[in-house]
Design a protein around this ligand. Structure first.
Ligand code: LLP
Length: 390
């Protein structure tokens, strides 16, 4: 969709902006759905990855539920007609207000992350004369082999309930008729590229759920979270992530209970590759040691490089129109305009000779991009444009 023919139209829109390829989104959704259907699995899209209206509508139309981590995300999912019985709600810090929103809506499940949270949900549900379906989010102490900021399943992480607390959790469930335990939930991290990690998780899940079975608990649902990684280095080689291997790993290693429904919460894998941040070169500035390429998009538009040292592929799409060739490449230190030295896109990017005004595409920006945008330096939030506007 970022073909030569489209570059003049892209150039008419004020930069920076997010550009979404809806055709790739649709193909990704159907690939995921097909891989899920093979085993009868179901999925809830993690709204935290992208909350654009048009994207959410498409995801709902494709049959996905919603994975939310705040009351406002639950409300957003409801506004986009996600059925309450397809909404799950996780998060270590659910406020009373947020819990009430979800109870009012009658969501499918609260993924509970602590004993005190379970007590509060029980009390609020009882006071509202209703019941809360809950799943225990368990911290399985499994290493996701990913960046430590996006690793969530190790015992030192703040997420989930550890096995030594199971007894207390069970006591609360038994003492509170307003809580209905429907299953267990796991999410060990994000941008997982070693897919054998999911096999390791499943083996641990088998052990952990046996504890509940031994105590006569019914667990009709098992939610294994999200986490499938994408190819940031060469997005064009793998525009659609490997859903097949993810679910194969699970099918091979998980021992579900009879009739148990298996759920997933993909975020990044659904939306990352269909989104690009389009920006313009403001200046080429010769420094003492580097040649700076200063873009009009910065860390406030896409914070991943500053926050996780993440690298997104950078492409000078205007150079394509000039037919600039690879052997004319120069090394640039690509930076944004924000007053922070961490506002750095890439240290030494090899790019065709670049001119002021050139359009640059920062790829794989559809997940945790626009949604993490902020107004630092009083900058405007980058808007969205879609492939069907071309
Ligand atoms: N379920 C739960 C409970 C989660 O916490 C997350 C992500 C997901 C599902 C979706 O995971 P995914 O399929 O997208 O990996 N801002 C970071 C990523 C933070 C992920 C937080 N939790 C980044 O830009 O890399």
């Amino acid at each position: 969709m970022l073909s030569k023919a489209n570059i003049p139209t892209l150039g008419m829109w004020e930069t920076p902006f997010y550009f979404y390829d809806l055709d790739l989104l649709d193909r990704t959704l159907s690939a995921c759905k097909q891989a899920l259907d093979r085993y009868g699995y179901s999925a809830h899209f993690a709204l935290k990855a992208n909350a654009e209206s048009r994207i959410l509508d498409r995801i709902r139309e494709a049959g996905f539920g919603a994975d939310c981590v705040s009351g406002n995300e639950v409300a957003l999912a409801l506004r986009h007609q996600f059925e309450p019985q397809k909404i799950v709600f996780a998060g270590v810090g659910k406020s009373d207000r947020e819990i009430r929103i979800a109870l009012d809506a009658g969501i499918f499940s609260f993924n509970c992350e602590s004993i005190p949270e379970m007590e509060v949900i029980a009390a609020l549900a009882a006071s509202m004369g209703t019941t809360a379906r809950i799943a225990l989010r368990i911290n399985p102490d499994v290493d996701a082999h990913t960046h430590h900021y996006i690793s969530t399943g190790k015992k030192e992480n703040k997420f989930g309930i550890s096995p030594w607390m199971f007894e207390d959790a069970l006591t609360i469930i038994r003492n509170n008729p307003s809580l209905v335990l429907i299953g267990l939930h796991f999410h060990i991290g994000s941008q997982i590229t070693d897919l054998s990690v999911f096999g390791t998780l499943c083996k641990r899940v088998n052990e952990l759920q046996q504890w509940f079975v031994d105590r006569g608990m019914q667990l009709p649902h098992l939610n294994l979270g999200g986490g499938l990684g994408i190819n940031y280095q060469n997005p064009e080689l793998a525009p659609i992530p490997d859903f097949t291997t993810w679910f194969e790993q699970v099918h091979q290693h998980l021992q579900p209970l009879p009739g148990q429904q298996i759920h997933f919460e993909p975020g990044r894998s659904i939306v990352a590759q269909c989104g690009h941040l389009i920006t313009r070169v403001l200046y080429i500035k010769e420094g003492l040691e580097s040649r700076f390429m200063i873009l009009d998009a910065g860390m406030n538009d896409l914070i991943r490089p500053a926050l996780y040292q993440a690298r997104h592929r950078i492409e000078n799409i205007s150079a394509q129109l000039r037919n600039a060739t690879q052997d004319e490449c120069l090394s640039y230190e690509v930076v944004g305009p924000v007053c922070e030295s961490s506002d750095l896109w890439e240290n030494s990017a090899l790019l065709p000779k670049t001119l002021r005004g050139d359009l640059i595409a920062i790829h794989s920006a559809g997940a945790y991009g626009q949604v993490m945008g902020m107004r630092y330096n009083q900058r405007d939030l980058a808007p969205a444009h879609y492939s069907d506007e071309l």
